[in-house]
Ligand binder design. Structure first.
Ligand SMILES: *Cc1c(COP(=O)(O)O)cnc(C)c1O
Length: 388
């Protein structure tokens, strides 16, 4: 059976070059980078090369990169560490209602620990209004965290504008750029951010490794205490193979970005147009133009997303639905609900996220396979028959 992987926003396949660099590193450079001898120095050299590669992709200096165990840790580091560091100044944090759970659930944790958190609303395309941010900032606000691009609907936020508002008001700004890095031009100077999270497994690197960009002189309380690793910002012996893999994935992304983006946009637009043409009662979720090159998120009226997902899986196609099965009940996506999408349409949503391993034949296969599945499910749906 043909296998088509279109769930690249959940995780990407690991590139062959990355696998090779990592296994070489595990074989040859097993030293502890804190050791002074040759083995230690060799491991440290590999790590510092990777730091340059990560910094290079986002226009940062190597000293501004802290390696983490992934996007979730980087998000936690900022949300907890910055608020803790500045708690004498104020106890108010601002984020948005469409963030990844790594931010939202950390916000809830902060609320339980004496902080006020504002979750900014978004418009029907999933965008934060800069004026809303301006009005939400108060004398108590110390940190604002707004994602660069949404993992479900692909909407890109006006980060430059949001970060500028924070700078004018003396408030630190973080962006979760996990979905954007590797697909969009991301430059920390252009964006004007103080902190930025990225993750290896969303850009064809390994899982369990990521990085936090920390602008020079920005301070935060560390999550982990122990040795003086990562300039005292993250204790623990570094995950050298993972870091080497992340570094190479960043370097390759940097070189290939324009070409990758062009290819993804062409496939994405073909997929969206093809599905809208072949299926009735479909709506595109997210922003029509300010969206990730790889994201296609559609709601199919009168069908359950999970049912489409499982039927596609039987045909070898891997996608995501906009609902998460938590404790047996299907909860519609918080992102779609925040955008004002009805519960019914939110439950009928499907996310197809492309990657650089996809080809136009994959798109054609989905265009052949999905419409008959939607037809079949609608024929079985009482809601659909009630429509006429
Ligand atoms: C995947 C993802 C994360 C979490 O990254 P991990 O490395 O899996 O912990 C955080 N934010 C966004 C937007 C993501 O897509």
């Amino acid at each position: 059976m043909r296998r088509v992987y279109m769930d690249n926003s959940a995780t990407t396949p690991v590139r062959q070059e990355v696998i090779e660099a990592m296994s070489e590193c595990m074989k040859d450079d097993f030293g502890n980078p804190s050791s002074l001898h040759w083995f230690g120095r060799q491991a440290r050299r590999r790590m510092e090369t990777a730091r340059e590669q990560v910094a290079g992709l986002i226009g940062a200096e190597p000293e501004e990169i802290v390696f983490t165990s992934g996007g979730t840790e980087a998000d936690n580091m900022v949300m907890k560490g910055v608020t803790q560091q500045l708690r004498h100044k104020g106890r108010h944090v601002i984020t948005s209602s469409v963030e990844h759970h790594a931010i939202l659930h950390t916000g809830e944790y902060l609320e339980k620990n004496g902080f006020d958190v504002t979750y900014l609303a978004v418009d029907e395309h999933g965008r934060v209004d800069p004026d809303h941010l301006r009005h939400a900032i108060g004398p108590q606000t110390t940190l604002v965290s707004i994602m660069l691009a949404n993992n479900e609907v692909g909407t890109i936020q006006p980060i430059e504008e949001l970060a500028a508002i924070c700078r004018e008001n003396g408030v630190l700004f973080h962006t979760d750029a996990v979905q954007g890095v590797g697909q969009l031009d991301v430059d920390v100077e252009t964006l004007g951010v103080d902190f930025l999270s990225l993750s290896g497994h969303k850009l064809y690197g390994p899982k369990g490794v990521g990085a936090l960009y920390v602008r020079r002189n920005r301070r935060f309380q560390p999550l982990f205490h122990g040795g003086g690793h990562e300039r005292r910002r993250r204790a623990g012996t570094e995950n050298i193979p993972g870091i080497v893999g992340l570094g190479l994935a960043c370097q390759l992304s940097h070189e290939e970005l324009p070409e990758r983006r062009e290819k993804l946009v062409a496939m994405r637009d073909g997929l969206i147009a093809g599905l809208i043409e072949r299926v009735e009662d479909v709506q595109l979720n997210g922003h029509p133009s300010e969206r990730l090159p790889n994201n296609c998120n559609l709601s199919f009226n009168y069908v359950e997303g999970e049912a489409m997902l499982l039927n596609l899986d039987l045909q070898g196609i891997a996608v995501a639905s906009g609902s998460a099965c938590t404790s047996g009940s299907i909860e519609p996506s918080h992102v779609l609900l925040a955008m004002g999408v009805s519960r019914e349409l939110a439950q009928g949503s499907l996310r197809l996220s492309l990657g650089s391993f996809n080809c136009t034949e994959d798109v054609d296969y989905v265009l052949e396979t999905l419409p008959p599945i939607v037809d079949k499910l609608r024929q079985m749906s009482p809601l659909y028959h009630g429509k006429e």
